[in-house]
Design a protein around this ligand. Structure first.
Ligand code: KG4
Ligand code: ZN
Length: 391
């Protein structure tokens, strides 16, 4: 089954084509083409993602990225322009005039590519950004008569571990990325921090989540307090690294909100406020910043580990999956690798390029959703859902 996947939930415009086989028993994925355009530079001066700018960038970039991806996958062939429901497409893309223009100029000349499904992220994320991708996918589905599969972005992050970056994943691999159920997924990104129990394929239960800020958001906000550029996660992590292996006394003594609460929920805003007060009257030289970065990172590792252990203990978990942009953090990776070895847990972490938002993971989730619903969704019923939850 070949899938064309589209992701525009935040500040990455991404399109991929992949092939899945093996069904639920033995899923394998082969990447055919993949392109991603990050908007980080566009948003940097605002210190965060600016929704209307994200929407504008997606509108501008989707058609060129589509062409590039199809070309890369040997799926780009020209055709005589035929009538293809132009009026309906004008309606669908009414609110994205720039996208409509480039769509009408380019897509009618492209022959229907040999893909079985189009998968698109419909939430959670920034609604203006999600709508661009959804409307684009609807227009393509209509123009080419290819069924459309709406995908939950968080499901994408979880299932991204099934792609090992080696073409047909799992095929001859000694360490196949097999999910053994029940599995637990720790999702840590700029917008989410949640522990999701997966009893079987496509069955999710959120058993813990942040009550306020997401982990990535905390990294970004603390970086901002210390005048570090956006996104703050990698900056904090770089600074903290300069203090690893060096003897020094913890001077900040940071709190760990909710660490002993009788549930698997998280809270990071108290930690952020505490740091704000602690640095208020300090001379923020590089040494102080680095020390704070290290203590903050250690505190986060501690909280994430403690809550994950609690969730594992309660549910007889066999596989631990960690996904989302924050797992690019070396210390967090290391801590969970050590923990899983000790506990003899099957740990699955996506390869580096799949930690941030991408379309490969949307294609993988789309594959399973298409197995469950081979006809695809009614395109009129698909809407952006900014706060979509896994169920
Ligand atoms: O999943 P993601 O790409 O986007 C969404 O939020 O959906 O995650 C981005 C987040 C940002 O908050 C960024 O600061 C954080 O991941 N991040 C990191 C690191 N690299 C990215 N946080 C800590 N350490 C890192 N090395
Ligand atoms: Zn994400």
């Amino acid at each position: 089954m070949k899938i064309l996947a589209i992701e525009t939930s935040c500040d990455e415009t991404a399109i991929a084509v992949l092939e899945g086989e093996g069904g639920f028993e033995n899923p394998k994925f082969k990447l055919i083409a993949n392109n991603l355009l990050s908007q980080i530079e566009v948003h940097r001066e605002y210190g965060g993602v600016f929704p209307s700018l994200a929407k504008r960038e997606h509108s501008k970039n989707l058609v060129p990225i589509l062409e590039k991806t199809l070309k890369e996958g040997n799926l780009l062939q020209s055709t005589e322009v035929e009538s293809f429901g132009k009026k309906r497409i004008e309606e669908i893309l009414e609110r994205e005039p720039e996208l409509l223009r480039s769509f009408l100029y380019t897509v009618p000349k492209i022959k229907k590519p040999g893909v079985d499904y189009i998968a698109v992220t419909y939430g959670p994320g920034l609604e203006p950004a999600l709508w661009v991708g959804i409307n684009f996918a609807k227009a393509l589905s209509l123009a080419w008569d290819i069924p459309l599969i709406p995908v939950n972005h968080m499901e994408g992050h979880i299932l991204s571990v099934l792609y090992d970056g080696k073409g047909l994943s799992n095929s001859n691999s000694q360490f196949p990325n097999k999910i053994k159920f029940p599995a637990l997924a720790l999702l840590i990104s700029g917008g989410h921090t949640e522990l999701v129990l997966m009893k079987d394929w496509l069955q999710y239960e959120i058993i813990g989540e942040t009550q306020d800020d997401a982990v990535g958001e905390a990294f970004d906000k603390i970086a901002r307090m210390m005048n570090l550029p956006y996104p703050g996660g990698p900056e904090i992590s770089k600074l903290a690294e300069t203090k690893r292996g060096v003897e020094f006394e913890n001077q900040f003594n940071l709190p760990k909100p909710m660490i002993d609460s009788p549930n698997c929920h998280f809270s990071f805003s108290g930690l952020k406020t505490s740091i704000l007060y602690k640095i208020k009257n300090l001379n923020l030289d590089k040494n102080t910043k680095a020390q704070m970065a290290k203590e903050f990172e250690d505190t986060v590792v501690n909280i994430l580990l403690r809550k994950t252990k609690k969730a594992i203990g309660e549910s007889n978990v066999k596989t631990l999956i960690i996904g989302g942009g924050v797992i690019a953090n070396k210390e967090i990776r290391k801590a969970f690798q050590e923990f899983s070895e000790k506990e003899k847990l099957n740990l699955l972490i996506p390869e580096m390029k799949l930690t941030t938002d991408n379309a490969i993971m949307i294609g993988i989730a789309g594959y399973f959703q298409a197995l469950r619903n081979p006809k695809g969704a009614d395109i009129n019923g698909i809407e952006a859902s900014g706060n979509l939850r896994l169920i």
